[in-house]
Every structure is written in C-alpha cells, then in structure tokens.
Design a protein around this ligand. Sequence first.
Ligand code: GRG
Length: 307
Amino acid sequence: MTTLATIRSYLEQQQAQFDEELKRLLPSEDAYPESIHRAMRYSIFAGGKRLRPLLALEAARLFGRECRDVVRLGCAVEMIHVYSLIHDDLPALDNDDLRRGKPTSHRVFGEAAAILAGDALVTLAFEVLAGSDPDETGGAADQVPASARLRVIRELSHAIGTCGGLLGGQVVDLESTRCVPDARTLEYIHSAKTGALIRAAVRCGAIYAQAPEEDVGRVSVYGAKIGLAFQIVDDLLDVLGSQAELGKTVGKDDRQQKATYPAIHGIEASQRMAFQLVEGACEVLEPYGDRAHTLQSIAQYLLVRQN
Ligand code: GRG
C-alpha cells in the first residue's frame, strides 16, 4: 500500500532531474535579450509539481524506456504547461495575481513580457522535441527515432490546439462564464482545458518507448480519466482548499461565476466522480500488474493532493 507521504516524496525526488535538465535547456538569464530569459526562467522555476513530466516518464518506464530524451520530453511538456499558466493568468483571461505562491508573470514583468515569455516557452518546447541540433551532433545524440519524435510533435500540437485541446477548452470556458453550461459542455471544458495535456503526456511517453498501439490506447484512457479527475479536484480545491497550500487565489471560480464541477454537480457528487475516474484509470492499467503501480499511485495521489 502506497501512503500519501511515500508518493509525495517520490514526486519530489523525481522533480530534481527535470529541474536540472530545464536549467540546461532554458537560455541563461544573462543571454541577450536578458529580459525575456529572466521571465521564462522565473515562471519555470517558480515551483510546480512537475506532474506532467513525471507522467510522461512513468509511461515510458512502463514500456521499458528510460533515457535523456524522455526527460527532455517531460521538460518540453512542462514548458507548454507553464506557457498555458502564464497566459491563463493574464488580465484578459483569469486576471490572477498569484501562481505557485508567487506573483504572476505579468505582475512582475508586465503584460507584454508575460505574453512573450509564454510564446517563447512553447516555441522552445517544440525546438527541444525536434531533437539535437544536426549541425552539432548530426542527430547522433538522440536516442528516440525521428518518427516517434515527429508523432509526439503532432500529438502535443493537437493537445494544445482548438479541437478538444487546451485552446478549445479555454474558449468554451470563457464563453461559459456567467451562464450555466450543461454537464456535457462542462466535461468538454475540463477534458480539453486540462485533461488533453495530461493525456498527451502519458501517450507521448508510451510513443517514445515505441509501445504497441494497444498499449498507447490503454495509457490514453488512463490519461483522459486522470486528466478530468485532476480538474475536478482543482475545482474542489478552489472551494475547500487553502490559499497557503495552493499558492494561488482561492474562491475565485465562484466570484467569477466560472463553470465548475461543484457549481454544477455539488461537492459530494464531484468528489464521487473524481473517485470513480481514478478507480477507472487504475483498472485500465491492471493488465500490467505491478509494473503499473507507480502510475496507479500517482492517480490515487491526485484525489488527496492539497496543491
Ligand atoms: C497556452 C496552449 C495555451 C492555451 C491558452 C490559457 C489557456 C489557453 C488555457 C488554460 C489552460 C489551463 C491553465 C488549465 C488549468 C490547468 C491546471 C489545473 C493547472 C494547474 O496545474 P498544476 O496543479 O500546477 O499541476 P503546478 O503549478 O503544480 O504545475
């Protein structure tokens, strides 16, 4: 039985490798033009659980691949995630002052710099995914074949796009503020806005490991379920959590009349739904036996996380 403390310390222990690689991948603060690099590094290193990189890594491990390219895949996913957080916090969107317990990017660097820092992170993510610079290494440094890399670039582009991806979810979310969406629309918003990148992270890990299609499909179902559960829990934490632990403003969804699971389904039904999604996610990995234990523990952890 994995305790909450065990999985939390496992998460913290795994974060270090992503942080080390991110430090190498991001331009240094004194690289010209310094201001954008400072803003990029500020948000990337402001804290954060590195959950999506870990999911990519664990999905690749499930199918026997562990290498620097997989860590870099995780870093690219984190850059995309942080880009979405910076833009989500902007005055034109959520207009938030606090993220990961620190002032948001636009509060520190101004709105224009925050927009550009987000743009720069997503651009760098795809440069990293494309592999090492052929002028420097001739591609010899890459362990994952170009075909898998290309597929992952496509998968991640789609996951952050307008058709069921982050952008699509955000658009419907914006359009649903101050009106009451039906349950299906709400599920679309959450699955797209948050679930799509989480699902893509595990899919891409499996693709980097060149897992058979049936296995990619299985982790995909796992990813979709925990992705939706993750956002339901996020909604619940906005109602039940503390600002000190969350590192962001609480009670904001209600004030902004946002479409959330507790608002539409109530707190207890939302907790039940998140629980059932996590149960389903764990079940889908049962064919892998003990090998799936870490991914199953991460899913369970999402139900009890406090930040
Ligand atoms: C930039 C692709 C792109 C789209 C723009 C702003 C936007 C459209 C979409 C918003 C997506 C978004 C911010 C969803 C919320 C996801 C969420 C619950 C984030 C918090 O994730 P955690 O708890 O954060 O993993 P840490 O800080 O731990 O990394």
